[in-house]
Design a protein around this ligand. Structure first.
Ligand SMILES: Nc1nc2c(c(=O)[nH]1)N[C@H]1C(S)=C(S)[C@@H](COP(=O)(O)OP(=O)(O)OC[C@H]3O[C@@H](n4cnc5c(N)ncnc54)[C@H](O)[C@@H]3O)O[C@H]1N2
Ligand code: MOO
Length: 414
């Protein structure tokens, strides 16, 4: 047995949260291959090739204000200027502005040759064709220059970039309608358990509806992967083996729920050992202690525990960082914020707890957190009410109300 473990009470290796994540990330490498993607489908995709500006942005000298384009040296409170034309966005004035002249101009419109300053409308009065200035502005005022945003040839976005709305706007401003993005990892998932029924089916004695598959579907959708739902698989050796075989033939990652522990009907762990390379860990976290991790063929495998809250916790802590790395994203540790707990929290030393909490902002701007109450790993309503995990360290015991605790906002995880 290895020596870097946090506990030796179990017959399997017990890892800390950090150790388990490190091992998962070591096994995770970005998928190979890229595809052309229209901008309208590129939000959240990872850029595969660098983007350089094909021309200056903005491409022409233009006005930052609605007003009048003129020569700075002509400005005088006593002598009006002659309005000789208009430059509107998309309709430039096509003659130079000469001494004593000005051109009415709109925001974004090309500043005509000869003019070097724009005076905003509010600082002027117009009398027929005569423009009176209430004050003078510095030469160059209210003029936006070509290349001020981006110079031709300048690097705009680097490979590995997770494309944001601003990035897509930037690409559009460069006239690019498509980008090369990394292929999405393909994730096959299924739930296991003889007690599971599909929605619309009648529940018999001891049956429950399969909620995990809907959770996984949503979590995978949120991260942005290609997902394949292989359904509900009964607790039968042949069925579990066949499903894993099928999954490994088509996916980069396989995720299952249930049968992860040591029960007599827990076939997932056995199948993984027979079909691939398995690592079974107990992780010193609550919820989500048992996790099967390994490989079947080229696919990485996560056998998550069956309890729905454990599914969400283990997905967020281990599967999500793996999938993000496979997508080509850089994976950073999740943020921890300090908050004052409004409630006393039950805790026994030994496992890092991820209790469900609700964050509040106090009138002085500080954060506090309240507990959602029952913390069993089957209590999905607590997860639904919560917007953060309250992360209590492995060694910690009970926490008194008013203590400072670490919280992890769900927005950073899911
Ligand atoms: N002797 C031991 N027993 C258990 C241990 C242990 O270390 N030794 N660990 C406990 C912990 S912690 C967890 S978590 C569970 C994990 O067990 P499994 O992964 O084998 O999960 P199941 O037994 O299949 O199911 C657990 C629980 O979750 C419900 N479930 C399963 N699938 C779904 C689904 N798709 N939708 C909704 N609910 C689901 C299932 O009915 C069970 O209630 O093991 C403990 N036992
Ligand atoms: O680890 Mo289990 O997920 O505590 O219920």
């Amino acid at each position: 047995m290895q020596t870097d473990t946090c506990d030796t009470d179990f017959d399997a290796l017990v890892l800390t949260e950090e150790q388990a994540r490190e091992r998962v990330l070591t096994a995770s490498t970005p998928v190979a291959g890229s595809e052309r993607c229209p901008l309208t489908a590129a939000l959240g995709r990872v850029l595969a090739a660098p983007i350089a500006a094909p021309f200056d942005v903005p491409p022409h000298r233009n006005s930052a204000m609605d007003g009048y384009a003129l020569r700075a040296s002509d400005q005088s409170p006593d002598t009006p200027l002659r309005i000789v034309g208009r430059s509107f966005a998309g309709h430039p004035f096509d003659a130079p502005v000469r001494a004593g002249e000005c051109v009415q101009i709109m925001t974004g419109a090309v500043v005509p040759a000869g003019a070097d300053t724009v005076v905003q409308q509010e600082l002027t009065t117009v009398d027929g064709n005569a423009l009176h200035l209430q004050r003078t502005l510095k030469q160059g005022a209210n003029i936006r220059h070509p290349g001020e945003d981006l110079r031709r040839g300048q690097s705009v976005l680097e490979p590995g970039r997770l494309l944001t709305a601003a990035d897509l706007g930037l690409l559009a401003s460069l006239g690019l309608g498509e980008v090369d993005v990394l292929r999405l990892p393909r994730v096959a998932f299924f739930s296991t358990g003889d007690e599971l029924r599909g929605i619309g089916e009648t529940l018999g004695e001891g049956d429950i509806y399969d909620s995990n598959r809907y959770i996984l579907h949503a979590l995978l959708q949120r991260i942005g992967v290609d997902s394949v739902d292989l359904g509900r698989i009964p607790d039968r050796r042949d069925a579990v083996y066949a499903a894993l075989d099928d999954a490994s033939a088509q996916a980069d990652v396989i995720i299952t729920t249930g049968g992860a522990s040591v029960g007599a009907a827990d076939y997932v762990a056995h199948a993984l050992r027979d079909l691939g390379e398995a690592e079974f860990w107990k992780i010193a976290i609550k919820p989500g202690r048992p996790l099967n991790f390994g490989r079947i063929g080229a696919a990485l495998f996560f056998g998550l525990p069956g309890n729905p809250v454990s599914v969400m916790a283990t997905f967020a802590l281990f599967a999500a960082p793996c999938l993000r790395r496979l997508r080509g994203e850089s994976v950073r540790p999740y943020r921890r914020l300090h908050a004052t707990t409004r409630d006393a929290l039950k805790k026994t030393p030994g496992r890092t707890d991820f209790q469900r909490g609700i964050l509040h902002t106090e009138p002085d701007g500080s954060l506090s957190v309240s507990s959602t109450g029952l913390q069993g790993s089957h209590v999905l309503s607590s997860m639904s009410q919560a917007d953060c995990f309250i992360r209590l360290p492995r060694e910690a015991g009970p926490v008194a109300a008013g203590s400072t605790v670490d919280v992890v906002p769900f927005a950073d995880l899911f």
